[in-house]
Every structure is written in structure tokens, then in C-alpha cells.
Design a binder for this molecule. Sequence first.
Ligand code: BJW
Length: 287
Amino acid sequence: MESLLPPGAAALLRQARRVVVFTGAGISAESGVPTFRDDLTGLWARFDAEQLATPEAFHADPELVWGWYEWRRARVRRARPNPGHLATAAIERLVPGSVVVTQNVDDLHERAGSTAPIHLHGSLFAPRCVAEPAHPAAFPDAEAVSRDVRAAQPAAVADGDEAADPGEGGRIPPPRCGRCGALVRPGVVWFGETLPEAALTAAAEAAAACDVLLIVGTSGVVYPAAEIPRIAARAGATVIQVNPEPTPLDGLCAVNLRGSAARVLPALVESAWGSAEAAGAPHPAVS
Ligand code: BJW
């Protein structure tokens, strides 16, 4: 792998005092979590985004949308962080001024040992009330929602599975808010919705202040998230990209590393800091 890394990429990383790792669905692909737009395996290859990832879709068919998110949540719970997530956490440990900014709604960065990654598009594990976002206290943990769903839909859930899994395309009625009775919705950011303001501001500030921004596994077509690497480049940071395919962000990058996150990131970290531990030896938090 060392030979795949252009000389200089590792040195740029090693010399950086503040690194932002900006991730998309590609970093979780090798954990078995589908991306959105990959031709054969992406979620949108089988479903129209407009049918599932908009407020209108949830309003029109809440059972289809909730069932789809329960299916995805069950898949993520069964997935494990891969060497790309571990290498990202290693960068955080090795460069204390580092920040992980992710568009992903899974929790694989956290389970790899990353501390407080910024989630621009929300989380699969933070369902909330449609009527009053301040009502999540009615569902203090995602497990409670999952238990409610299992109780309501015993036939839809495999015995012993930790989360409700209706299968892809399966339908499950969303639970109701314990405080006001309105529907509970996935705590993710759908098309046409604004991103959480605090997360977007923190991500933009980290991008403006970093010396290296590492883009990993995103198609770079969804805004405003795709502005984050542009903010870094405008502020003078060096941008490095890891992706097996070209993206619209290629032109922004000093280095484009064509390969998978689980192969390239550990090699990059090992080349920069020269130790196998740095390249992502399992963190105690990995589960
Ligand atoms: C690997 C790999 C391996 C594979 N290793 N790599 C400006 C211009 C045009 C449009 C807009 C604009 N500003 C706003 C918009 C509208 C819209 C938008 O961006 N549309 C474009 C798609 C055209 N944006 C919005 O609506 C946003 N809200 C907003 O702007 O509010 C203000 C506003 C409102 C109304 C009007 C105007 C403004 C909200 C966006 C929310 C995105 N939500 C989703 C779903 C989240 C919930 C869920 O999970 O269901 O977020 S969409 C989906 O795309 C998800 C992702 O986070 C996001 C990005 O996808 P990502 O991560 O890049 O995945 P892929 O699949 O696209 O790419 C995977 C990549 O990995 C590929 O490159 C592979 O090659 C690579 N890969 N294997 C490394 N092993």
C-alpha cells in the first residue's frame, strides 16, 4: 500500500496541527453499510430518494419510511467499525486538534473510538417527535423505541435480534410520542430540511481553522455539507481525498488517493506515524 501513496501525502498529515476528517457513506461501505449513490449497491439504486428521504415521503407513507429506517438501523447495529474508522480515530489521538465531521447517520465513528464526531445529517439512533423536536425526552433512548416497535409488530421482528428489522421495503408503523401523541420520526436530515445549526457552524469553523482536510468516501454532491472542504481550501488548508472513484471535489485536492477507505487510511496513518498501533489497532471502545 505504501507504494500507492504519493510521497508527501503522509508528510502533510504528520506535520498538520489541526486535521478535519470529512466522511461520507463510503467509509462505512466496507462495514457492510450501503452507500447511497453507488450504481449497483447504493440505497438509491433500489429506492427513489424522493420516496423515502423527504418530509413529504414520511407524511405520505410513514409506515414505509419508518420501516426502511428500522431496516437500516438493524443493519448498522450488526455492522462493526472497519480499519478506515479505526484509522480516523487514530488520527484524532495523534493530532489532538483534530475533528471528525461526518455526513453519516450511523454510529461507527463513535464505536471506533472517535470522540464527539460532528453529525451533519443527524443520527439513526435519535428518533424524535414530528410535532415538537424538543420532545425526545419522551424517548430517552433509541432502545425504548425499538422495544415499542417490537411489541407492536412481533411478527416483523426476528427473535433475538436487538433491533426491529422488517427487511428492506418492509412496513412498520412509527411509534407515537409519549408526551403529545404525534408520530415519532427518524432523527435524520431529509432533503429540503435545514442541517442542525450548531453542527454546521462547528464543522465550518473546524474547516476554516484546519491545515489538512481529509475527504473520505463521499460523492460530494449534497449541499451544504459539500461546502465543508471548500471552506477549508479557501482558508488555505491542504485537501486530500480518499475515494476509489473520481468526485466533483477532485479539483480541490492536492492529493487524490484512489482506493478504499479501509485500505488507504490505515496505510496513510502508518506511513505518517510509522506504527501499527497508529494505523488503527482496535480501540477498547470497538464493539
Ligand atoms: C468509497 C468506498 C470505500 C464507495 N471507500 N469510498 C445547492 C445546489 C444544489 C442543491 C442544493 C444546494 N443546496 C441545497 C440543495 C438541496 C439539497 C441538495 O444538496 N441536493 C443535491 C443532491 C442536488 N440539500 C438539502 O436539501 C439539504 N438541506 C438544505 O440545504 O436545507 C436548506 C434548503 C432547503 C430547501 C431548499 C434549499 C435549501 C439537506 C440534505 C440532507 C441529505 N440527507 C441525506 C439522507 C440522510 C438521512 C438518511 O440517511 O436517510 O444524507 S441524502 C444522502 O446523501 C445522505 C448522505 O449523508 C448524503 C451524502 O451522501 P454520501 O455520503 O456522499 O454518499 P454517496 O452514496 O453519495 O457517495 C458514496 C461515495 O463513497 C462515492 O463517491 C463512492 O465512490 C465512495 N465509496 N465505497 C471509500 N470502500
